[in-house]
Write a protein that binds this ligand. Structure first.
Ligand SMILES: O=C(O)C1=C[C@@H](OP(=O)(O)O)[C@@H](O)[C@H](O)C1
Ligand SMILES: C=C(OP(=O)(O)O)C(=O)O
Length: 431
């Protein structure tokens, strides 16, 4: 396994960092384009492992996806839907592929087999497959690998699920729901659904494609989303920069009393990563938004934070790294579902911070982190892109930290080590 010497910041980081497109927006745009009435285009698409897996999955089912324009820009895509047929889908470790594509497979004519990375086989998926069975699909298996025996159409209707394990269970059913014969009503019963902004993103993108979703939140643990049957409009999608992937770079400013600017930060967005603004401000960073760019300036002493990350769990590895370098303890809660992410992120963060001499304790639904002097060592990534970027943040302040398998960042970023080096160039970094 490769080891990457995480560069230490010799002084305050001062940089402008351009981020590639959002994974969540790109993969929703691809799905909606594959289900649409005609050709869509996607501009600013993320090209990374997760999005290339989505492209591969949709191509395997009959969608034509190719470069748009003169072909020189891999982030400009043309998507032409075709009749959906059987095929083989590699999900890799992508939650969006394993949860969003099975409902499409149920609409295909033919058998669609799914598999993925070894770690993907233990990610929660049964809820989606059971829901599809309840809606009339024939599915064999309860986790990866499994097969959907598509018959060309799906009855749809009302389905009750427990989506407390992942918002993607809901998003996946809603994205394809209008193509089911009776549409779909997804009723969640259980503890609160995590990552609600991601469901808002699904609803907003469906609306942009002419598909209305009505919602009902009863307040007693029951939420219902309804999509009527009907067509998906073709759209020219413009993808925002990935705000969750921006967070390690903004954290670099926070932990070095530096300054990092991210251009093209949207004024309004459904991306969960937007929450980093409030989190960093609460940790005493100066956060300003001007001329479409977000700038974070780090304080001399970063303040610890007590924060509920249920809606924005994706940010946990970044926030945990910040907390380990702060002054004063932090508690991160509402994130029990992170045990089903790329790895068990609560266990992984607690183990790795502790191994460097820090104090991090797993809670039922989160982490308690008390800053302590950290020493160098190997930071294990567990095939988790956000574990690797959390290690890079710590490495800015901890000499001799080596991140194992930094290549895993390719899940959602094409060249994280290059971008990190670019940020540090001119900031006195030493590796
Ligand atoms: O729909 C999406 O694009 C995502 C939803 C969230 O999943 P969970 O609800 O499983 O946390 C998020 O963490 C993931 O990175 C992307
Ligand atoms: C949880 C994540 O990914 P996935 O889409 O694979 O669930 C993530 O990117 O933090």
């Amino acid at each position: 396994m490769s080891l990457w010497s995480a560069p230490a910041a010799g002084g305050p980081v001062d940089a402008v960092v351009e981020l590639p497109g959002s994974k969540s927006i790109t993969n929703r745009a691809l799905v909606l384009a594959a289900l649409a009435e005609g050709r869509s285009t996607i501009t600013g698409a993320l090209r990374s492992r997760d999005t290339d897996l989505m492209i591969g999955a949709l191509q395997a089912l009959g969608t034509r996806i190719e470069p748009y324009g003169d072909g020189s820009d891999p982030t400009a895509l043309s998507v032409v839907p075709g009749p959906l047929h059987g095929g083989a889908v590699d999900c890799g470790l992508a939650g969006t592929v394993m949860r969003f594509v099975p409902p499409i497979a149920a609409l295909a004519e033919g058998n669609v087999s799914f598999d993925g990375d070894p770690q993907a086989r233990v990610r929660p998926l049964g809820v989606v497959l059971d829901a599809l069975r309840d809606l009339g699909a024939q599915v064999v298996g309860g986790a990866l690998p499994f097969t959907v025996f598509g018959s060309g159409s799906l009855e749809g209707g009302i389905v009750e699920i427990d989506a407390s394990g992942s918002s993607q269970f809901v998003s996946g059913l809603l994205l394809s729901g209008c193509r089911f014969r009776h549409g779909v009503s997804v009723r969640h019963r259980g503890t609160p659904v995590p990552s609600m902004p991601h469901i808002d993103m699904t609803i907003a993108m469906l609306a942009a494609a002419g598909v209305a979703v009505s919602t009902e939140h009863s307040g007693n643990g029951v939420d219902t989303w309804r999509v009527e049957p009907g067509p998906v409009r073709a759209v020219d999608w413009m993808v925002e920069p990935d705000l969750s992937n921006a967070t390690p770079f903004l954290a670099a400013a926070a932990v070095t009393a530096g300054r990092v600017t991210v251009p093209r930060w949207p004024r309004t967005t459904t991306q969960a990563g937007n929450a980093i603004r409030e989190i960093l401000a609460a940790m005493d960073c100066r956060v300003t938004w001007a001329d479409d760019a977000l700038t974070v300036e780090g304080p001399e002493r970063l303040r610890g934070i007590d924060v509920d990350l249920r809606a924005t769990g994706e940010l946990t590895p970044t926030v945990a790294a910040l907390a380990a370098l702060a002054h004063g303890p932090s508690t991160l809660t509402g994130i029990g579902h992170l045990r089903g992410h790329e790895t068990d992120r609560l266990a992984a963060l607690a183990a790795e911070i502790t191994a460097l001499g820090g104090r991090a304790e797993e809670l039922d639904d989160g982490l308690a982190i008390t800053p302590a002097p950290l020493h160098g060592g190997t930071w294990h990534s567990y095939a988790d892109h956000r574990m690797a970027t959390a290690g890079a943040i710590l490495g800015l302040r901890v000499d001799g930290l080596q991140v194992e398998d930094v290549e895993t960042t390719g899940k959602t970023m094409p060249d994280f080590p290059g971008m990190w080096a670019g940020m540090l160039a001119g900031s006195g970094a030493v590796s």
